[in-house]
Write a protein that binds this ligand. Structure first.
Ligand SMILES: *[C@@H]1O[C@H](CO)[C@@H](O)[C@H](O)[C@H]1NC(C)=O
Ligand SMILES: CC(=O)N[C@H]1CO[C@H](CO)[C@@H](O)[C@@H]1O
Length: 327
């Protein structure tokens, strides 16, 4: 009896202390680093492990996950709305043509539902997967905040007004970024994601034209002509053919993208302008010469990207399956 009483007396203040600590520490608040520390301690490990094994089977996965996060966060905030299937959803918009990696997220979510049912949002699975994708390909490890809730709305009509088109001018990209709370510097940093991945020829075919006699016409004055000729050759197979965004080190997250820009080998108009315009050139040159500063800035900009329009508290829901809402 004496022991039990002692334990009881001991426990109560401990419980109180625990409650005080729990409510005071940052990880107990709505959207923060380590949100799942107590509710699902293995969450981040499970996502990382799923992405790692999917990538070892298919090295194109990391770039797809990164692209998916951009599309998710820019359209209606980082709320996994891009993952919903059905008529009229974001996935149906033709701008989705290059989207992929859905199955990796579905399989991470299935494992999470076994360990911590109803706890981890699909929006967090996607954000964590994209951040691990960068680390897995040699880029910086970034610890991001979690606690996003899943949206219940996904509309194809929201895609076009919110997504960067590869033919955009710097001013068009800048105004879109600023509307999302991101800066022109963030644009330069996050464009570095093009260090991995590939693109369909249709996404830059307006820059290079080949007539029936095989004569090349360049609509991109700053593009290196021998690079453009290489692209034209790769795209001879048709608009559905694809080329690597960064042919030098296409599966490595490094600063080669910025070196390519300086060599006038930016694939898209939206890449080339970053070096052609005085407002962004200095940062392109810095990153081309110093990978460390690109990596440092990546952490900050990625954190901002993955925090756009996050839903918390009683907004949205925690989906059971990433491709459909709960009802
Ligand atoms: C274009 O790139 C080639 C190498 O691929 C290089 O030899 C040439 O000097 C470049 N042209 C210009 C104008 O920079
Ligand atoms: C991945 C995905 O959902 N792709 C869809 C993109 O939109 C076209 C129609 O425009 C669909 O056919 C694809 O399935």
């Amino acid at each position: 009896m004496g022991d039990a009483e002692a334990i009881l007396r001991f426990r109560e203040p401990m419980l109180l202390l625990f409650v005080i600590l729990f409510s005071a520490l940052p990880f107990s608040s709505a959207f923060s680093v380590g949100f799942y520390t107590f509710s699902c301690p293995t969450a981040e490990f499970i996502v990382r492990d799923t992405v790692r094994s999917a990538t070892s089977d298919d090295p194109t996965i990391p770039a797809k996950l990164l692209r998916l996060l951009f599309h998710d966060c820019f359209v209606d905030g980082c709320d996994a709305s891009v993952l919903l299937e059905g008529d009229g959803t974001e996935r149906v918009d033709p701008a989705n043509a290059s989207l992929g990696g859905f199955r990796v997220l579905d399989s991470a979510k299935r494992v999470l539902e076994m360990f911590c049912p109803g706890i981890v949002s699909c929006a967090d699975v996607l954000a964590l997967a994209a951040s691990h994708a960068v680390a897995l390909t040699g880029g910086p490890e970034v610890r991001i905040a979690t606690g996003r809730r899943d949206g219940r709305v996904s509309a194809a009509s929201n895609v076009r007004p919110n997504i960067i088109d590869t033919s955009f001018t710097l001013d068009q990209m800048a105004s879109l970024f600023i509307s999302k709370g991101l800066s022109l510097d963030d644009l330069v940093v996050l464009s570095g994601a093009h260090t991995i991945g590939s693109a369909h020829c249709s996404s830059f075919s307006d820059r290079i034209q080949v007539d029936s006699k095989g004569k090349l016409t360049f609509n991109a004055p700053s593009l290196n002509h021998s690079y453009a000729a290489r692209l034209a050759k790769l795209c001879a197979a048709g608009a559905a053919a694809s080329v690597k965004n960064d042919p030098e080190t296409s599966f490595l997250f490094d600063n080669q993208y910025y070196k390519n820009l300086m060599a006038h080998e930016g694939l898209f108009q939206s890449d080339s302008v970053l070096f052609d315009d005085q407002r962004t050139r200095t940062l392109v040159e810095l990153f081309a010469n110093d990978e460390g500063s690109f990596f440092d800035r990546w952490g900050e900009s990625f954190f901002k990207l993955s925090s756009i329009g996050v839903k918390t508290g009683d907004e949205g829901e925690i989906r059971h399956s990433c491709s459909s809402t709960n009802d």
